[in-house]
Design a protein around this ligand. Structure first.
Ligand SMILES: Cc1cc2nc3c(=O)[nH]c(=O)nc-3n(C[C@H](O)[C@H](O)[C@H](O)COP(=O)(O)OP(=O)(O)OC[C@H]3O[C@@H](n4cnc5c(N)ncnc54)[C@H](O)[C@@H]3O)c2cc1C
Length: 297
């Protein structure tokens, strides 16, 4: 109860306090800070994902600026020769304004990424955007080989979406799904979501021609996934776990020691505050530390 009440105060926390704790989850506000964090991760043996914080662009010009920022990000990681790809929310590129705009902008970023040899992933947001996001992915696939999608285990529809993917190779980041969706269309309890994640992964493996990126910090589920990959004789070098910067680092260190590939999602950008609040809501221990910092000694 108290935790819930205090969570409500997050938007009121002073900027320097939030910024201090956000440092665990984001690289910073600038592309230079992002590159420095990606290099640090590479030095520790982890490949990277470049993400610019932002969603729901407020105007076409904001969406165009976001696409341009992603192009600059792709150019920077190519120049730095980092094993990093770019990962983009559809509404950051204007899907909330129009599907045609988002398709155009994803096409622009994909074309530049192709020239640079950088992979681009289209992320998945809440359920009203799922159909359009899948249409954009399918529209780009024939032209751009190095484009991937995210699928959410939480949604009932995902098993059908897997069946409906056009033939040919697919690169899928499998996630539980971060958006709390209505019970009519989604699993809501943790064990059903876990089961659905395994079912979707199995369905993708049965479909074949899939590069699987397993995004999770759920160690128990990850153990089941490792077994599943072995059952399908997928060698460890052919798949990877994906994790969020600052979340369960000991787990990824262990995975790395066990010979598993781990890729770290490293967000940055001026719109860091909302993202950090979401992370703090998820992490009671860190949240308590923030609160302690706020109270007089
Ligand atoms: C690389 C990556 C990309 C993602 N992309 C998308 C996307 O495009 N669309 C989408 O809907 N979702 C995305 N997600 C989020 C995903 O859907 C889940 O909400 C998130 O990964 C938490 O689920 P989990 O599998 O880690 O299991 P959980 O059971 O939620 O978490 C396992 C443990 O990890 C810790 N933990 C997990 N997440 C956090 C967090 N954010 N902050 C602090 N601690 C945490 C918790 O302590 C928990 O005990 C992404 C996740 C990752 C790792």
């Amino acid at each position: 109860m108290l935790h819930k009440l205090l969570i409500g105060t997050l938007p009121l926390l002073p900027r320097p306090v939030m910024r201090h704790f956000a440092g665990k989850y984001i690289a910073g506000e600038t592309l230079e800070q992002e590159l420095a964090k990606l290099r640090e991760m590479a030095g520790r043996g982890f490949s990277g994902v470049l993400d610019i914080l932002g969603e729901g662009s407020s105007s076409e010009s904001h969406a165009r600026e976001a696409a341009e920022a992603y192009i600059q990000g792709a150019e920077a990681v190519a120049e730095a020769q980092l094993d990093t790809y770019v990962s983009i929310k559809p509404t950051h590129l204007g899907l909330n304004k129009s599907e045609a705009l988002a398709l155009e902008l994803f096409g622009l970023v994909a074309a530049r990424c192709r020239d640079l040899g950088v992979f681009m992933r289209i992320e998945m947001e809440d359920h009203p955007t799922t159909d359009a996001t899948l249409r954009i992915y399918e529209a780009l696939r024939p032209e751009y080989e190095r484009v991937g999608i995210v699928l959410q285990a939480r949604l009932h529809r995902t098993l059908v979406d897997i069946e409906n993917l056009a033939p040919g190779p697919v690169d899928v980041r499998m996630v539980k799904g971060i958006y709390l969706e209505p019970a009519e269309i989604a699993h809501t309890d943790p064990s059903s979501i876990r089961r659905a994640y395994l079912d979707c992964t199995r369905r993708l493996l049965t479909r074949g021609d899939v590069h699987l990126r397993l995004a999770t910090h759920d160690e128990g589920m990850a153990n089941d996934l490792i077994e599943l990959m072995a059952d399908f004789e997928v060698p460890r070098e052919d798949y990877e776990f994906q994790v969020l910067l600052g979340v369960q680092e000991q787990l990824w260190e262990r995975w790395k020691l066990e010979g598993l590939n781990v890729r770290v999602y490293v967000p940055f950008g001026p719109e860091w505050r909302e993202y950090s609040q979401r992370r703090l809501r998820k992490n009671p221990e860190l949240f308590k530390a923030v609160m302690r910092q706020m109270l007089p000694a």
